[in-house]
Design a protein around this ligand. Structure first.
Ligand code: PLP
Length: 431
């Protein structure tokens, strides 16, 4: 048969294929397996949940680097824009890779829905701006990540949202701070850098009675160690930059909560304001979450070993680590968390603040393995001097009141051999 005739015979198939792919594909979102059995265990969900496949049936999740999506017709575009939360129209609203990240994190936190954001701070901005308005009042832990403290005390106050800061471990302080206009409670536990542990279930009861949305920043534990929604929190906030990525590569954030809260409050805000997570970062985070519990369990075991050793060291005044029996909220921490976590701090001896600072800086500068950096939750151990870095902008009086002395060092323990990290610290401690 002549070549031309053969090609002609194929033509109907080609036309049918093009037509079918045009109608079929354009009406199809990704095949999804996100409604996974709730009885599956955390480790299975970390690897399997949220995965959705395109028509190519790729095994590993695809990165959809596209700002927008095309429609089969004007009518199709109209339908999809009207239901933008369930469709892919524009990546400021929704994106397939970001959706997979959201579904996986929702599964790990035991929440109905998740909204991803560009960073942890974007998540805090989104939860506050989507929920509160001028005249509303917030009750927050005083032991906060520095930028969160800045947002509450300097940014939101400009828009008429006021904050009362309380000692996070004092239940009466939470109760006494409630006013008729209180609409939100905000908590970090364990706190940074002193690892104070607050009772999520008890604070959630006070928040419920006050009709306030209870937000818990779960960065320090990650869902591998603590699931605040199961203890009564309404919303879990994440800096995905920390343990979820776990390898210090990308910025990201998220809010997890009920479908009603996330879709009716948070989604319309993020969709319009645009603090959206990029598809590339979502993909990096999806891969990070697959090894989350392996990493966090090992990093916590390393942290416990180092904390026990530091506690017996003659150059060390005190060690702050929830996994130690000497920690004031040890029993609560062991109830609320799977382990003490990967972050600890310790205070060096010294007769004066100047001497304590000199000792702390000497230990930090003598390390050859630990990275001198403010990030945490990384596979690599990081070491910081809170008084002159993360808490450097806090007044000396406020720092002293919070118990952050010049001799304090924070260690976010990584995956290196714990003995090697001990030797790295011992060099400065012994000199
Ligand atoms: C890092 C961090 C944040 C902010 O997250 P970014 O991703 O840096 O914006 C908020 N809370 C805690 C406890 C953090 O450690």
């Amino acid at each position: 048969m002549p070549t031309q005739k053969r090609a002609f015979l194929l033509l109907p198939f080609v036309v049918a294929l093009v037509l079918s792919s045009r109608t079929e594909r354009s009406h199809r979102t990704l095949e999804t397996r996100t409604n996974m059995d709730d009885s599956l265990n955390f480790d299975t969900l970390a690897v399997r949940s949220g995965t959705a496949r395109s028509d190519f049936n790729e095994h590993s999740e695809a990165i959809f680097l596209t700002s927008s999506f095309v429609f089969a017709s004007a009518a199709d575009a109209a339908v999809r824009f009207a239901n933008s939360e369930d469709n892919f129209t524009y990546s400021r609203f929704t994106n397939p890779t970001v959706s997979m990240f959201q579904d996986r994190l929702a599964a790990l936190e035991g929440g109905e829905a998740c909204m991803a954001t560009a960073s942890g701070m974007a998540a805090i901005m989104s939860v506050v701006m989507s929920t509160l308005q001028a005249g509303d009042h917030l009750v927050s832990s005083q032991a906060l990540f520095g930028s969160t403290l800045g947002m509450f005390s300097q940014i939101f106050s400009k828009f008429g949202i006021t904050t009362t800061f309380v000692d996070p471990t004092d239940l009466d302080a939470w109760q006494n701070a409630v006013r008729p206009e209180t609409k939100m409670f905000f908590l970090e536990t364990p706190s940074n850098p002193l690892t104070e542990v607050s009772d999520i279930a008890a604070i959630s009861k006070i928040a419920k009675a006050a009709n306030a949305v209870f937000v818990v920043d779960n960065c320090f534990c990650s869902p591998a160690l603590q699931q605040p929604l199961k203890l009564g929190a309404d919303v879990v906030m994440h800096s995905a930059t920390k343990f979820l990525d776990g390898q210090g590569r990308v910025l990201g954030g998220a809010l997890v909560g009920s479908k009603k809260f996330i879709m009716e409050k948070v989604f319309p805000f993020v969709r319009s304001a645009g603090p959206t997570l990029s598809a590339f970062n979502a993909w990096v985070l999806l891969k990070g979450m697959e090894t989350l519990s392996l990493r966090v369990d090992k990093q916590s075991a390393n942290a416990l070993e180092i904390a026990r050793w530091l506690e017996t060291h003659p150059a060390v005044n005190r060690v702050f680590y929830p996994g130690l029996e000497s920690h004031p909220q040890h029993a609560l921490a062991m109830r609320q968390q799977k382990s003490g976590g990967a972050i600890l701090s310790f205070e060096l001896k010294g007769d004066t603040p100047e001497q304590m600072r000199a000792n702390a800086w000497r230990v930090i500068d003598s390390t050859k393995i630990c990275s001198i950096t403010g990030n945490l939750g990384d596979t690599r151990t990081t070491i910081t001097h809170p008084a002159t870095t993360t808490h450097g902008r806090v007044t000396p009086e406020a720092r002293a009141a919070a118990g952050i002395s010049e001799g304090l060092i924070r260690l976010a323990v990584g995956l290196e051999n714990a003995g090697d990290i001990r030797s790295d610290l011992e060099r400065g401690l012994a000199s």
